[in-house]
Design a protein around this ligand. Structure first.
Ligand code: DAH
Length: 357
């Protein structure tokens, strides 16, 4: 059987194929062109199948020519593929490039906001700074306490109202001993005195900031979870005058020289004598206003001379050592200094409020 193709047919086929390959506009067009020119249904495919029916010599000669033609088309395809993919990549990169001038609008509507520490944290830090400058060390203690530390060692007898279910959150009312969320920072006084007795490191001059819990219904001046800062000095020859001087120095340093402090006799089981301390109303600065019920004063916390019963509980000899203690609300300080009408704003986490401080 005579072959239906020869070297001229193949040359013309390769020339036509090369021209079409060079004209292919993108990689997808090139892929379909490749199938059309070299696939099973192409002329090349048909000529290949024809080889089997040829005389041996013609088969060898035409087979070689056919392979050359296929090779030439393959080279043209590869070259075009390389150049098309390079230009497609360039086009894609150009499309992806950020045009910063066009981003201007986006930048204007979505600036990156920088956060800051919460008002209570800042207040705590500022209070610590004042006390550290006065020679106090800062200590902390656990928020979950035993009955002994939260009450008993502080000379709070079982019948004392602060032990009632009313304001204490009990974690475990065990037979042997109840576990509570501490209702004040005072139990840390006991822990630090015990440790100081253990390693003979008295005297103590410490402040103890931290979170405390009460089973209260939140309102404008009460939170279930709030913060206190406790102070404790145990040294030789400490008197009530040292306490009064410390409170006054602190008040002036933290609230300003025009804000004064006064002490009113009061009662706490762990101090004797005890006092509550007031500061000049920070809203009217002493003139009398609605917030201070026209008195010109605001209550800040409690204080007193450490009760000998407390020293006895931790094994400190009251004939050798004496001391004073105080405790007040950190949230309350923030709220007085910044004249916040409702303490709940401190825990609502409304950024419009928090951003102001
Ligand atoms: N722990 C008391 C309370 O939460 C406050 C207090 C009063 C602390 C007198 C003291 C103190 O250290 O001496 O109500």
């Amino acid at each position: 059987m005579a072959p239906t193709f020869d070297s001229q047919t193949l040359d013309a086929y390769v020339a036509d194929a090369s021209a079409r390959i060079a004209a292919a506009g993108d990689l997808a067009a090139l892929a379909s062109l490749e199938a059309e020119l070299t696939g099973r249904r192409s002329s090349l495919g048909a000529w290949h199948r024809e080889l089997g029916g040829l005389e041996a010599e013609a088969r060898r000669e035409l087979g070689r020519l056919l392979n050359e033609a296929a090779g030439a088309i393959g080279v043209a395809l590869a070259a075009r593929r390389t150049s098309l993919s390079a230009s497609e990549r360039t086009a894609r990169l150009a499309a992806d490039r950020l045009h910063l001038d066009e981003l201007e609008d986006l930048v204007a509507v979505a600036p990156l906001e920088r956060g800051h520490r919460h008002l209570v944290t800042r207040t705590r830090d500022a209070l610590e700074d004042v006390f550290v400058a006065m020679g106090f060390r800062v200590e902390e203690g656990p928020e979950v306490e035993t009955d002994w530390y939260n009450f008993e060692a502080l000379n709070i007898p079982p019948a004392h109202p602060s032990r009632g279910m009313h304001d204490t959150i009990y974690v475990d009312m065990g037979e042997a001993e109840s576990i509570v969320l501490r209702t004040h920072t005072s139990p840390v006084q006991i822990r630090l005195m015990e440790a100081a007795v253990r390693d003979g490191s008295l005297p103590l001059h410490v402040v103890i900031p931290g979170r405390v819990y009460r089973r209260d219904t939140p309102d404008a001046s009460h939170l279930v979870e709030f913060h206190q800062i406790e102070g404790l000095v145990v040294d030789k020859g400490i008197t009530f005058a040292d306490l009064a001087g410390t409170i006054r120095a602190f008040t002036a340093a933290y609230f300003g020289e025009d804000i004064d402090a006064r002490l009113r006799p009061s009662y706490f089981p762990f101090t004797e004598p005890s006092a509550e301390f007031d500061i000049t109303c920070t809203i009217c600065r002493g003139a009398g206003c609605r917030t201070c019920s026209q008195t010109g004063w605001m209550e800040l916390g409690g204080c007193g001379v450490v009760d000998p019963a407390v020293f006895a509980a931790v094994g400190i000899d009251p004939s050798e050592w004496s001391g004073f203690a105080f405790g007040f609300g950190i949230d309350r300080c923030a709220f007085m200094r910044h004249q916040i009408a409702d303490v709940r704003a401190l825990t609502d986490n409304d950024v419009r409020f928090l951003r102001q401080f």
